[in-house]
Design a protein around this ligand. Structure first.
Ligand SMILES: N[C@@H](CCC(=O)N[C@@H](CS)C(=O)NCC(=O)O)C(=O)O
Length: 215
């Protein structure tokens, strides 16, 4: 039996951040597919038994059950002593970027992509324009940071890189947000991450049939 169980599904970039870390650290893990599009995370059973926050990913390791990709990444870095901080200052830097990611980078990008690719109704133009403005700003901030450093924190990849980059490895046609041409340092950073031994793309490591983009 695998040491780690990850509640996840193919389209979840937040789950992919964790799956990527598990792959890069060569840890034995097995996916438990969450039927997100059938409403599983909104159901009482999921919220009672798996995650009161009604979200994927959730990582199970022995008696531990952890939610929030940033916390899970931190736990895995602690377990493996890989891709973590080398000092207290680095740890604060990592968390500064993970919090920025969760609030303003992944969250706007994931919402934009969800509405564009998987929403039940066609995306509302005004909402998309607002989100696009927020995205342009957040991407601009990460782009500027990456002009001076190869990875988000210091010279080596850390979990902050996996948190911020997770969603950007999905096919661009899902979000319709073309960023590589507009933000070349982000593009080069993703290429650097792709060369890490064990790197694999989202749909190669996460379970389930791919859902074609709708809109
Ligand atoms: N900050 C959380 C976000 C998790 C999250 O939003 N997961 C999505 C799937 S990618 C989800 O389960 N959403 C359910 C919902 O918002 O109702 C993390 O990093 O784990």
């Amino acid at each position: 039996m695998a040491d780690y169980k990850l509640y996840c599904f193919g389209e979840s970039g937040n789950a992919y951040k964790v799956a990527l870390m598990l792959e890069l650290c060569r840890l034995g893990w097995e996916p438990v597919k969450v039927e997100f599009f059938a409403g599983e995370t909104r159901g009482e059973a999921y919220r009672k038994d798996i995650n009161e926050m009604g979200e994927a990913p959730v990582l199970v390791h022995g008696a531990k059950r952890l939610a929030q990709s940033g916390v899970i990444l931190d736990y895995l870095a602690e377990q493996t002593r890989k891709f973590g901080a080398k000092s207290d200052d680095e740890r604060r830097e990592m968390w500064r970027w993970i919090l920025f990611d969760n609030h303003k980078f992944t969250s706007y990008f994931a919402s934009y992509r969800f509405m564009k690719a998987f929403g039940a109704t066609a995306p509302d133009a005004a909402v998309m324009a607002w989100l696009r403005g927020r995205l342009d700003n957040a991407f601009g901030i990460v782009e500027k940071h990456l002009t001076a450093t190869p990875f988000m924190v210091g010279k080596a990849p850390t979990i902050a890189d996996f948190s911020l980059s997770g969603y950007l490895f999905y096919p661009t046609e899902e979000s319709g947000y073309e960023f590589v041409g507009r933000f070349p340092h982000i593009g080069a950073w993703l290429d650097r991450l792709r060369t890490l031994p064990g790197w694999a793309s989202p749909y190669d490591v996460l379970p389930g049939e791919r859902v074609p983009p709708k809109w």
